[in-house]
Design a protein around this ligand. Structure first.
Ligand SMILES: NC(=O)c1ccc[n+]([C@@H]2O[C@H](COP(=O)([O-])OP(=O)(O)OC[C@H]3O[C@@H](n4cnc5c(N)ncnc54)[C@H](OP(=O)(O)O)[C@@H]3O)[C@@H](O)[C@H]2O)c1
Length: 288
């Protein structure tokens, strides 16, 4: 059996093209959306990610004010830069590139970000909003996975979804999202982790398995039921080499599966811009 490959690119393209008219409506109302970015230090890969996001912002019609702090920036410097973005009238959403140099307590700094400008949706206030089903920026990778499953018409509502990993950027918010009462969610979600040594018992009975562990090759064919849908969210980098959670051989068992590259990456970036536009709509009083 050969699995259907669920590329994230057409999903991302659909999300981004849907933003076009919304960005135009904001501009027509005199409110050009702005995605502020902050980079701390000289890490080449991080600088590349920020450049790519700033270029995409420009292409979509957003402004992208940028603050670059030096490698030896202090915690106070980062908190001050975040404060500047919080106060800037032309900034609707803010992205602080991770990782930061070791002298920085990234999570402590991020708590000072205005939750209404939190483009990653990971501020404690936004995790609370997610848990309570209140409007606000939703974590980008989980939101992208919901969009991906919907795009490929994978039955989720009323079905068993097993999430491998309960981390705060992926597994935990994803479980909250897919258990919400909505046609593209509404799933029976199980979350497994190191506290569940017999986790394969759970993945084997699921209709959809989402790997969110960050352990290369952890998910193998013997952990799956034939025909299952598999989404690979967890990855680890060794240098520039990307090592996914999902073992390549899972393609032989799955009915549908994300590719090793170009799966949840493109949808995550698309959701970041969706969040930025929605932050702008809320600030401009144009939110649906
Ligand atoms: N593609 C993207 O854009 C994107 C975005 C966000 C995150 N990610 C990736 O998603 C992954 C998860 O991110 P995160 O921040 O949520 O990670 P995290 O906080 O490190 O969480 C990892 C989770 O996996 C579980 N786990 C680890 N080893 C396990 C094992 N051997 N058996 C069972 N469970 C195991 C851990 O269990 P315990 O809780 O018991 O320790 C934990 O719940 C990472 O690889 C990250 O790079 C990708």
């Amino acid at each position: 059996m050969s699995a259907r490959i669920m590329s994230g690119r057409p999903v991302a393209d659909a999300v981004l093209s849907g933003l076009g008219p919304r960005i135009q409506a904001l501009v027509d109302a005199g409110h050009r959306p702005g995605l502020g970015t902050i980079l701390v230090g000289d890490d080449e890969a991080s600088a590349g990610y920020i450049r790519m996001k700033m270029d995409k912002a420009t292409e979509l019609g957003l402004t992208s004010p940028h603050i670059h702090l030096p490698q030896d920036a202090t915690q106070e410097d980062l908190v001050a830069a975040i404060g500047e973005m919080n106060d800037a009238d032309d900034v609707d959403a803010v992205l602080v590139q991770h990782p930061a140099p070791p002298q920085i307590d990234f999570d402590a700094a991020m708590v000072t970000l205005d939750p209404d400008k939190d483009v990653d949706g990971l501020h404690p206030t936004n995790m609370g909003r997610l848990a309570l089903g209140m409007p606000g920026p939703v974590p980008c990778t989980p939101a992208g996975i919901e969009a991906l499953l919907a795009h490929y018409e994978v039955p989720v509502a009323g079905h068993e979804v097993c999430v491998l990993g309960r981390g705060t950027t992926l597994g935990r918010p994803l479980a909250l999202l897919l258990s919400q009462k909505r046609p593209t969610a509404n799933a029976a979600v199980t979350v497994v982790h190191t506290g569940v040594p017999d986790w394969p018992e759970y993945t084997r009975r699921a209709d959809v398995v989402i790997a969110a562990a960050g352990v290369p090759g952890i998910l193998k064919p013997e952990h799956l039921t034939p025909g299952v849908t598999v989404v690979g969210g967890g990855v680890r980098y060794e240098g520039k080499k990307l090592l996914p959670d999902v073992d390549e051989s899972c393609e032989r068992v799955a009915g549908a599966i994300t590719p090793r590259v170009g799966g949840v990456g493109p949808t995550t970036i698309a959701m970041l811009f969706k969040n930025a536009v929605e932050c702008a709509e809320r600030r401009a009083g144009l939110a649906a």
